[in-house]
Design a protein around this ligand. Sequence first.
Ligand code: OOG
Ligand code: MG
Length: 248
Amino acid sequence: MNALADRLDEATLTGRAIPRLTDTADLDVPAAYEVQRALIERRLARGERIVGVKMGFTSRAKMAQMGVDDVIWGLLTDAMLVESRLDTSGLIHPRIEPEIAFLLDRPVRGTADVASAVGGVAVGYEVLDSRYEGFSFTLPDVIADNASASGFGVGPWRRPRDAGDIGNLGLVMEIDGRQVAGGSSAAILGHPLRALTAAARLTRAAGIEMEAGWIVLAGAATAAVPLPAGAHVRVGAAGLGHVEVTTR
Ligand code: OOG
Ligand code: MG
């Protein structure tokens, strides 16, 4: 596990893609999550802190884009949080996608009534950067690679009661004023709160407790698009406002 995690970690640090682990290693899903854990350990050893969970492949659009058909999860660290500017020069082949984000007000101890732990809802985005050549992978490969996590940003937090029903929100992503993706939050497992429940279930099964202050990305409702340098990206969700990022 450690040797595989080292390969992924080095690809992340150097910005150089590697062949898929499954080309040469026998890797099933449980083993892939062990590699993911070892990869996160390397980040923690460099002083990073876990700040949340990201869900992946919670919509058909994403599953179809990547040819994978199972919900996966990964961990977010403080170093991945993007303020409003992102230097893409150290990345391999970044992509960006719209997200719905939840902020937890209290720890989540079980899977019942996960919604009551939510203190905030926001529109967000995720920057993906698969460490694999050609952004191509099998399910165990992408799990080991921490679900392609690279960066993320969130817009203004709304209290859940002010956000209203988030089950069918229109999502729009623009790059330099041109719409590049659009969809509905209903595409996320039928309702983004289901992604939160799935996050609670899967992290719990892995012995991880979601803490107060953690952010959960529900998974993109649309396919991801290439993120160029020198671009201005704006992601909006009806009722949740906007979040913007400028790349260089
Ligand atoms: C894997 C990450 C998927 C999502 O929101 O579905 C994901 C990938 O597409 O490379 O973050
Ligand atoms: Mg995502």
